[in-house]
Design a protein around this ligand. Sequence first.
Ligand SMILES: [Zn+2]
Length: 304
Amino acid sequence: MKENKEYIIMPQREKDIFVRGIIPDLNVRFLFANIKETLIEIRNLQNLSIQCEALLGETILGAFLLTTREIKQEHEVIGIHIEGDGAVKKILAFASSFGGVRGIIVPEDASWEGKIYKGKGKGILQVNKFKLNSKKVYSSAVEMRDVPIAKNLEEYISKSDQINAFIGIYSFYDSNNPLLPVEVYGYFFEVLPDTKIEQIDKLTNFIYKTDMIEFLKNIFGEQIYEQKKELKQQFSVRILQSGSIFFYCDCNAGKIENVLFTLGKDEVFQILEEQKQIEITCEFCKKKYIFTENDIIRLFKEKE
Ligand SMILES: [Zn+2]
């Protein structure tokens, strides 16, 4: 028999990437990032409307940008929890400093008039920092105004940390063509301690005089090397780290078992009686966890 080998050339997967570094002349730290492929993955898992995909994408990128401050702490996770009065009631987004992200938006099929940020309206924005080594969680909440996510995060940083930071997050999509991917770009500049006023002025000048959308698109597009050169010509830039952003859910049976424990023995056994088994779906990755009667009996025995 003749061997029929077929070679399929796979298109190179466009990656969601980030670049961290510092501009020594200005004494600022920066993080540039974009997400597209990760959002397609989340959209497919959760059946998001295109506007929800864009708003969730902005929030996830926002959580990732906040990891700028945590570069020394490896495997630190930042969570953003939004409760608003717009068409979207709740958004949860998590990002780790190494690039793993996940999130949900409720309801997932919302739509609204006007700009993307209008979907969340106003309400409460909470930022949670999970220190994985010490297993501690640090939370602080601020009032969320009816302004873009990037603006809300700038306000959060100036209130909670009292530092100067400049954040921009831009999402692009075609509402007439909801099958096309949503792309989100973002930057974060953090002014480091002991920065002179002139240095801050130079940075603000750079941000306001530069078309930041074009700047970011170029960084993540074909002209990445050219752009870096250009940035280098204006200021000397030191790239500290670059990597990719990807969907990452850290759910596991143990965590789901803890959810069952918090429900309590009586409640769990009542559900078991009605449904014969307990099925819990992770809201982030949609993985199903099924517990039979034997599993439940064993679980609560171990706990006691
Ligand atoms: Zn999961």
